[in-house]
Design a protein around this ligand. Sequence first.
Ligand code: COA
Length: 255
Amino acid sequence: MSEHVAVTDGADGVRLITLNRPEKKNALTGDMYDALRAALVSADGSEAVGAVVFAGLPGIFCAGNDIADFVSRAQMPFTEAPSLRFVRQLARTQTPMVAAVDGIAVGIGTTLTLHCDLVYASPAARFRMPFVELGLVPEAASSYLLPRRVGRLKATELLLLSEPFGADEAEALGLVNGVMPSGMLLEHACAQAARLAALPRGARAASRKLIRGDQALVEAALDAEAEAFERQLRTEEAQGAFRAFLARSKPGARA
Ligand code: COA
């Protein structure tokens, strides 16, 4: 569905979903969100897929939502936005998900990992959630999930002040399971995903549900965030921040 998202299924039950838009640092467009959502929906519906792995390219996991897309979608109903439909699916996906983060992981590049069952990173991983700087609010239920994972004070640093953090800090915060050299990262993530895929399905699904807690609270956070996000998206705060980023991208605009 998108030339920028590659989906390959292995004989070990692992579906590898690779973001592949290097010229824009794997920033996600509507088509890419749709392709990601479709890959998760069909994973849930497939007997052959037992786990998915999200990966990017060397040094580039994902630079977040495509900012030009934010501008073009500002007047459309946000409830139909591919990004929102994707994060709703992400929260609902029954198939275990693993992330292999090498390099930049901005916005959804970070918040996507909060939904994963296992997360691995290379020392080059650089996480950041600059929603508020961009005139927006947190998304993908991060306003609910992150404070519960790292405490409200740390979540405030990461979500309000948009503090970047690296792989070691992410590991110390419990946001990644392990840090390993880039060359080993994908292989390790896929091996762990294969272990998840090989587990007895009923016991795995029931245990996963217990570990992840009340899904209704995640859904409620998604609803509340979507309402605030849509409101903010249309403000001059947000549109001005998008224009500033896009102007900086034009040839000759950089110092
Ligand atoms: N949306 C649209 N385009 C993006 C993008 C995004 N989120 N992130 C990067 N790009 C584009 C840049 O505009 C640039 O395009 P150009 O070559 O046409 O000028 C290209 O990708 C390369 O990015 P560049 O900024 O030169 O790479 P870098 O390595 O110096 O910095 C980032 C990488 C990710 C730190 C930086 O691009 C950035 O801050 N991007 C925005 C991240 C963001 O705010 N995302 C939204 C979160 S909600």
